[in-house]
Design a protein. Structure first.
Length: 172
């Protein structure tokens, strides 16, 4: 008699489990087990999206009707393989809406162009600034009048990590 392996008729019929489809085995660090389980059971990070809109002027009555769910990954991430988040520090970008402790969603797959807000390493130091080209010269421009633009010189080592696509505000 053979031992081990698949036996005809053994186990649950395919597609009748919790997810209604074939499943696979995945190895993850034990410390991430609960987070991955929650993610799968909630079908991603989906949160309620109410059908009523919120007035930004005169207040109006809302409703309690949930129209759909909102997957934050779909809203904030264009290319997951090239996207990362970083926390802002300092006040050089406050006039662009970036305050200390805000989380920046950065897409490394977008080509940085004039006017984009970028996360960039200059001579090994990371910063977030507006990429600015003027009269053939390249600058990293802060969005706070208390700071001066950083001119990029030929001898500077510069690496653009990505373009800031979203800012997530921390509850204050």
């Amino acid at each position: 008699m053979a031992r081990g392996g698949a036996r005809a008729g053994a186990g649950r019929p395919k597609g009748t489990g919790k997810y209604g489809e074939k499943t696979i085995t995945v190895r993850i660090p034990a410390s991430m087990g609960d987070a991955v389980k929650d993610f799968v059971e909630n079908q991603g990070w989906q949160i309620p999206l109410y059908s009523s809109k919120v007035a930004a002027g005169t207040p109006c009555w809302g409703d309690d009707h949930v129209g759909d769910t909102l997957n934050l990954s779909e809203c904030l991430v264009r290319d997951p393989a090239k996207t990362f988040c970083v926390q802002a520090h300092g006040d050089s970008m406050v006039n662009a809406g970036i305050e200390p402790d805000d989380i920046l969603v950065v897409d490394g797959g977008i080509e940085a162009k004039n006017g984009h807000i970028v996360v960039v390493a200059v001579d090994g130091d990371l910063t977030v600034k507006r990429l600015w080209k003027e009269k053939g010269r390249l600058f990293l421009k802060p969005e706070n009048d208390n700071y001066q633009p950083i001119p990029i010189q030929e001898n500077n080592s510069i690496h653009v990590w990505g373009v800031v696509t979203s800012v997530i505000k921390r509850a204050r």
